[in-house]
Ligand binder design. Sequence first.
Ligand code: NDP
Length: 244
Amino acid sequence: MEISYKGKKVLVTGAGRGIGRDLVVTLAKQGATVYALTKTAELLQQLQKELPSIRPVLVDLTNWEETKAALENIEAVDHVVNNAGVAVSKPLLETTGDDFDWIFGVNVKALLNVTQVMVKKMIAAGIQGSVINVSSVSAQKTAPGLSVYCASKAAVDMLTKSMANEWGQHKIRVNSVNPTIVWTDMGKQLWTDPAKSEPILSRIPLGRFANIDEVINAILFIMSDKASMTTGETFLIDGGYAAR
Ligand code: NDP
């Protein structure tokens, strides 16, 4: 089975680092036109230096109006990957209103904003494309210190189902990918302490965490026409963790 994004147009959020950056590189090398959205100018410039073909979109997703304005300027795309995400590690009793607003603001509210703008364009252009929301196994399983993050990803999964339900009539598919820990900057920040990560690792039947490539391969498959009958689905990349 061959999956190619040559000639496709894709918007990827959270493109400055980690999963989003590697996804942009993979898609651009396959010949896709990639709109790479992130909030740190320096990281976007580095990415563009490496891949002059990418179309940079510099905006902070916590700003609803600026995000809308930045996206209004770009053409309709075939695929949207809502990958940008943030986490704060704190017990519930210490979590502040600002923590909550920031986590839900980026992980949930901005995801809705980006998808609204881009799906309206897809519908107007008659594009039968797809949306991928990068969620987490934390949508289904609690993680110590990450309760609000877990709740935000559960919200992402339910939005994914609702979007699939509303936009199926336009032949636009919407799915999430739900990885376990991946050693990106976010993964390292949250899980470097073995006292935190070992209890999770010990419950993963495959006995290890995920690689960035494993997340990207899942995205490339579910986003493509090869998964043409799959929508509203949450695709676990967790080594069997949620099955226990
Ligand atoms: P990273 O922290 O490595 O990268 C996140 C990217 O999102 C960065 O480029 C960051 O920008 C960007 N971003 C964050 N907030 C905003 C914002 N307000 N506006 C625009 N861009 C923003 O994360 P990962 O690659 O690890 O995570 C990607 C996704 O995968 C997230 O949704 C995360 O929740 C999910 N995930 C990650 C797991 C892990 O263990 N790593 C496990 C399961 C799910 P900047 O570079 O400026 O900070």
